[in-house]
Design a protein. Structure first.
Length: 292
């Protein structure tokens, strides 16, 4: 059963006189409980796509359906984790986690909110920092708080926009392990959409990788990850199967870029805007070819 269906989705920025198409005619189905990564270079529309799924942006065309219903804005069935932590500096760790509960689960009593917040602060290993303020925490610790806040509200859909992108390699790996551990431990797994430009991160975390290409953002290729769960990093990364699969993803990553560059060149030639055509028209072909 598909939890999320994206149909002919396009997103444009700007005005009628001058606009930029960030995402163009994207179609994608994501199953309930599936962990899907959007992989691509900067500027390929990954963040635009995930923010549109969250309801933070309105599409210029097409529709996002959740459980068969078109979305019209943000909802209590979705939570999101950003790269920049998005914590309130005047709130303690515990209060930051409670804030999400107040917004999305107003039916809870004060004690229930407190108990749930403490439970998830403990799950991300920050019990001793529960009364600390964000500025007293490291980047990795702040992102743990953001993850705790997103998981505590217990939405069926979790959206993550490069949440580990600003972290060092060791902290990043630690939080990847933590995320998978928390996701697997749930009685009913959340549907996760995870934005990244890191190939190894996408492979380690995902059931399926959606490779995107830029200008405008489109889906280039979808690939199922062949490694069974639970995954232990050291047990798979040194295998021949992993190296072959990793090369497949890397090749697709760069092929997506090359295809865009090729089509851009074709368009310029057709319009007479390429350097060679302009030089030919102005009688300076020899200079373009390296002549003097």
């Amino acid at each position: 059963m598909s939890r999320i269906n994206i149909r002919d989705l396009s997103v444009e920025y700007g005005t009628k006189n001058k606009s930029f198409k960030a995402v163009d005619r994207v179609n994608l189905d994501i199953k309930e409980g599936e962990f899907v990564s959007l992989l691509g270079a900067s500027g390929c529309g990954k963040s635009t796509l995930i923010s549109t799924i969250d309801g933070l942006r309105r599409p210029s065309g097409g529709t996002v359906f959740i459980d068969g219903e078109p979305i019209s804005g943000t909802g209590k069935d979705r939570s999101i984790v950003f790269q920049n932590y998005s914590l309130f500096p005047w709130m303690t760790v515990k209060k930051n986690v409670e804030f999400g509960l107040r917004q999305l689960r107003p039916e809870l009593s004060k004690k229930e909110r407190s108990d749930i917040a403490l439970e998830f602060v403990e799950k991300v290993g920050l019990s001793e920092f529960k009364n600390k303020y964000p500025l007293k925490l490291s980047g990795g610790q702040q992102q743990r708080v953001a993850i705790a806040r997103a998981l505590a509200v217990n939405t069926p859909i979790l959206l993550m926009d490069e949440p580990f992108g600003a972290l060092d390699t060791k902290t990043r790996a630690s939080l990847q392990d933590l995320l998978l551990s928390l996701w697997r431990s749930e009685e009913k797994k959340k549907t996760v959409i995870f934005v990244t430009h890191d190939v190894d991160e996408a492979i380690f975390l995902s059931d399926r990788i959606v490779i995107m290409q830029p200008n405008p953002g489109r889906i280039y290729k979808e690939v199922s990850v062949p490694f069974s769960r639970p995954r232990i990093r050291e047990n798979i990364t040194d295998t021949e199967e992993y190296k072959i699969f990793r090369n497949e993803i890397i090749n697709a990553f760069y092929e997506a870029e090359k295809e865009v560059a090729y089509h851009d060149t074709e368009k310029k030639i057709s319009a007479g805007n390429s350097p060679v055509v302009r030089s030919f028209n102005s009688g300076t072909v020899s200079a373009v070819a390296g002549g003097r």
